[in-house]
Design a protein around this ligand. Structure first.
Ligand code: DGL
Length: 269
C-alpha cells in the first residue's frame, strides 16, 4: 500500500471542505480526492435508510480513485452509516463522531456537553452514545440547528438574522450550564463567532473536523501510511451537480481556491 495514494473524503455536499481544510492543516502533503453529493444535499433531514444508501454510492465514487483511507466528513453520514461504509470500503474508514466525542470528553470539566447538528445527527444520538461510552458520567444535551446549513452557505456568518436564529436554537442549551459544545455539522465551524457569542465566549467549541484530522494523522503515522513527500499535494474535487457553484462557495469553506471541480454523472435526487 503506497503512502502516495490519496485520502478519500466524502460529504453530502460542500460542508466537508471544512474537514479537508483541517486535514490540510494537519497533513499538508497528503493527496486528497473529495466527493460532494451536491445533487442530493441536504442529508440532514433524510431517513437513516436513505442516508445509508447514498453513503454507499458516495463510497463507490471514492473507491474508483483507490484511496488509502476514507474520511466521512459528513456528521449525518458518520452518525448513521459508518458501519456500512466500513464494510464496503476494505480500507480504513474514519467518521467524525468518535474524534469529536473524544475531544469533548477531554475538554469538559463540568461533564455537561451540548451537541448541535442536523436533525438526523441529533436524532441518531450518535454523539451521546459515543460520549457515554467514553465516560458515562458525562451528561449531553442535543439540539438540531437545521437553518445553520443554508446560512453558512449564503455566507451570512455575521448577519443579524443568523444571530437571532442562533439565539432561538441555543437558548435551551444556555440553561443547561454546559461548558463544552460539539459543533456536530460540517457547516458550523463557519458560525463559531456567532455561536460563541450566545455563550458569552465562555464555552469550549469542539470542531469535529479538526478532531478528526488529528485522529487521521495519528492513524497514518501508526500504519506507516503518512505521505512523506514534501511536494505540493494533489487535490481533486468531484461533485454530483453544479460544479461552478461548489467552486465559488467552496472557497470560503476550504479557505483557499479549489481549482478544477468535476461533475460525476448518475446521481439524481
Ligand atoms: N454535511 C452535513 C452534516 O455534517 C450537513 C449538510 C446536510 O444536511 O447534508 O451533517
Amino acid at each position: 500500500m503506497s503512502a502516495a495514494k490519496p485520502i478519500g473524503v466524502f460529504d453530502s455536499g460542500i460542508g466537508g471542505l471544512t474537514v479537508v481544510r483541517a486535514l490540510l492543516k494537519e497533513l499538508p502533503h497528503e493527496n486528497i480526492v473529495y466527493f460532494g453529493d451536491t445533487a442530493r444535499v441536504p442529508y440532514g433531514p433524510k431517513s437513516p435508510q436513505v442516508v445509508r444508501e447514498y453513503a454507499l454510492q458516495d463510497t463507490e465514487v471514492l473507491l474508483q480513485h483507490n484511496p488509502k483511507l476514507i474520511v466521512i466528513a459528513c456528521n449525518t453520514v458518520s452518525a448513521v452509516a459508518l458501519d456500512v461504509v466500513q464494510k464496503r470500503a476494505k480500507v480504513p474508514v474514519v467518521g467524525v463522531i468518535l474524534p469529536g466525542a473524544e475531544a469533548a470528553v477531554k475538554a469538559s470539566r463540568k461533564k455537561r456537553v451540548g451537541v448541535i447538528g442536523t436533525l438526523g445527527t441529533v436524532r441518531s444520538n450518535a454523539y451521546t452514545n459515543a460520549i457515554r461510552q467514553l465516560d458515562e458520567s458525562v451528561q449531553t444535551f442535543g439540539q438540531a440547528c437545521p437553518l445553520f446549513v443554508p446560512l453558512a452557505e449564503e455566507g451570512w456568518t455575521d448577519h443579524k438574522a443568523t444571530e437571532l436564529i442562533a439565539k432561538e436554537y441555543l437558548f435551551p442549551l444556555t440553561l443547561e450550564k454546559i461548558d463544552t459544545l460539539v459543533l456536530g455539522c460540517t457547516h458550523y465551524p463557519l458560525l463559531k463567532a456567532v455561536i460563541g457569542k450566545i455563550f458569552h465566549d465562555n464555552i469550549v467549541l469542539i470542531d469535529s473536523g479538526e478532531a478528526t484530522a488529528v485522529s487521521v494523522k495519528r492513524m497514518l503515522e501508526e500504519s506507516g501510511l503518512r505521505n512523506t513527500s514534501t511536494m505540493k499535494p494533489r487535490l481533486q474535487f468531484f461533485v454530483s451537480d453544479v460544479p461552478h457553484k461548489f467552486s465559488e462557495v467552496g472557497e470560503r469553506f476550504l479557505g483557499q481556491k479549489l481549482g478544477k471541480v468535476q461533475r460525476v454523472g448518475g446521481f439524481s435526487a
